[in-house]
Design a protein around this ligand. Structure first.
Ligand code: SF4
Ligand code: SF4
Length: 225
């Protein structure tokens, strides 16, 4: 999932203080799983902003809602009337959600309430780890499901650098050596020959900024963007 972290309350109060009638809008998928932007966090944030406005005698209303995903128009449609009645939306979605909202509502100010960190997963309660950099040419099939691009501090593709000590990376002792983990995982799977067969030649595609599936586009009009 996309890992996000909410900006400070002070920063959000400053960002929204002059923006008029405000919708605080949560995203019930990744942001909610990060405990940063689901319905409960929306309620807490909206309440704090209302309190701040009351103390500064700002009469502009703050309303709240949450939708399943702000990165998909199908779900955005559910709040289009509420958005139309506001001057600004404080979005607790990732950067993709905020941009999709801004594209959908060009006449409404869309503000980001969270910082988008990376693609990752929860390692333990309150700890999320980066797992993927969306490199565009996945090599996990040859590395026992452990990403060297993301989890090796040097992004090495052809094996360990030799600097690891007691299983820890030489760049930062708090992180495991990804290549030692890959070695042990391949050994467990009887796949150590993967390391010998041929070098990990990787395509580093230039990101085109979009993925097009022609098989899904039959009969679609092209928009040109
Ligand atoms: S190789 Fe790593 S960074 Fe690239 S797509 Fe696979 S998991 Fe993501
Ligand atoms: S010690 Fe391991 S994880 Fe760290 S840079 Fe070297 S190979 Fe990569």
């Amino acid at each position: 999932m996309i890992i996000v972290e909410r900006k400070s309350l002070e920063a959000l109060e400053e960002m929204t203080k002059d923006c008029g009638r405000l919708l605080v809008l949560g995203c019930e998928t990744c942001s909610a799983m990060c405990l940063a932007g689901g319905r409960r966090q929306v309620a807490e944030l909206a309440s704090a902003i209302r309190m701040e406005r009351k103390m500064s005698q700002n009469q502009d209303e703050v309303i709240e809602d949450a939708i399943a995903r702000q990165c998909e128009s199908e779900f955005i449609d559910h709040v289009k009337d509420r958005v139309a009645g506001c001057d600004a939306v404080l979005s607790l979605a990732c950067g993709a959600g905020v941009q999709t909202m801004a594209h959908t509502f060009p006449d409404v100010l869309i503000l980001p309430a969270v910082d988008t960190k990376f693609i990752g997963s929860e390692a333990e309660r309150g700890v999320w780890k980066e797992m993927c950099m969306a490199c565009g040419d996945c090599v996990l099939g040859r590395t026992a499901g452990i990403c060297p691009v993301t989890r090796c501090a040097k992004g090495l593709l052809n094996g360990a650098c030799g600097g690891a000590s007691e299983g820890k990376c030489e760049v930062g002792k708090e992180r495991p050596c990804a290549w030692q983990e890959i070695y042990h995982a391949l050994k467990r799977l009887n796949m150590l020959h993967y390391l010998k067969e041929k070098p990990q030649v990787k395509n580093w595609p230039v990101h085109p900024g979009k993925v097009v599936r022609e098989d899904l586009r039959e009969g679609e009009a092209t928009t040109g963007d």
